[in-house]
Design a protein around this ligand. Structure first.
Ligand SMILES: [Fe+2]
Length: 311
């Protein structure tokens, strides 16, 4: 349940969805409050209230809600949070350098994929935690990390070998590299986009592909995913409008993970959808998304769901 709590009544252990400040002085959102520093920073904002999610932490009175996450789960979320923050800083450095024209360094990106894959093994829903923990200004970086993590696991569950699964992870890290060339006021615009702004955003797969293509050694699989992750089965995607028969399993995996992450994560202009709602929305659109992959992703994210089409 989401509740509004006066900012002087927030406690460590509450899960903060949003600090409701009119001037955005506190950009961090969707995180478990664990530090005095964040608590003081929130107190210093002009916000009067904070939006708290009682399903993921303490309630408005500082008490645990029956059926909500337990203490050990909160500790787990905190560990994932730390891991994601470290990985995000690393990825940010790498992607910024590539976006500025430096040669991509696979020796730096592959270990990032491996380390996130290791966190997943300890916590299968790690990619979801990442979408929850995303903060506004780190959108593209955390989105890329989450997509990369899901892609590696979905590749593995689809029977692809380890080497290909890791390569898909690297492709996930790089798939939105073209977005780093989009001005952030367009990327994070809360209102309706103009036709021109929409076109600038729709150019990012081709721009990213062109950027990476300058370097002869990028594997074709990574280039394909960068260019084709917004293609869908009926040909209504972009930039090329390819049809199902032209979309390989790795490309389909990238589309499913990319859309799922976008639906479930909070953005400056929308709250994240619950997991099952996002999966159902995609399941009901078999003309766009490979249904087998949607079901398989659901099985990975909700392994214990009862009476669900995803287990
Ligand atoms: Fe994209």
């Amino acid at each position: 349940m989401l509740v509004h709590v006066p900012k002087d009544r927030i406690r460590k252990g509450m899960f903060i969805e949003l600090v409701e400040c009119p001037h955005s002085e506190f950009g961090k959102r969707r995180f478990l409050l664990t530090s005095d520093r964040d608590q003081k920073a929130i107190a210093a904002t002009s916000a009067e209230r904070v939006l708290v999610n009682t399903a993921l932490g303490l309630d408005q009175n500082g008490r645990p809600v029956p059926g909500a996450s337990t203490k050990s789960e909160l500790a787990r979320i905190e560990r994932v949070q730390e891991k994601v923050e470290t990985a995000t800083v690393e990825l940010r450095g790498n992607l910024d350098a590539i976006g500025a024209g430096e040669r991509p360094d696979f020796d730096k990106l592959a270990p990032l994929v491996q380390s996130m894959a290791n966190v997943w093994h300890a916590t299968p829903t790690v990619a979801l935690e990442m979408t929850r923990l995303k903060s506004k200004d780190e959108g593209t970086y955390v989105h890329s990390l989450a997509v990369a993590t899901m892609m590696t696991q979905l590749a593995d569950a689809s029977g692809l070998d380890d080497e290909t699964a890791t390569l898909l992870g690297v492709a996930g890290l790089l798939h939105d590299i073209g977005k780093l060339q989009i001005p952030s006021d367009i990327l994070n615009k809360p209102g309706r986009l103009t036709d021109e702004e929409r076109q600038i955003i729709r150019d990012h797969p081709e721009n990213g592909f062109q950027l990476l293509s300058q370097y002869g050694e990028i594997p074709p699989l990574v280039l394909d995913i960068c260019r084709l992750h917004h293609e869908v089965l009926d040909g209504s995607g972009y930039p090329l409008g390819l049809k199902a028969s032209q979309l390989t399993l790795p490309v389909r995996i990238s589309t499913v993970c990319d859309v799922f992450e976008a639906l479930t994560s909070a953005r400056p202009y929308k709250a994240g959808w619950p997991v099952e709602q996002a999966l159902d929305w995609m399941f009901e659109r078999p003309q766009l998304f490979d249904r087998k992959l949607v079901v398989r992703l659901g099985g990975l994210l909700m392994p214990h769901a009862q009476e669900s089409r995803y287990n």
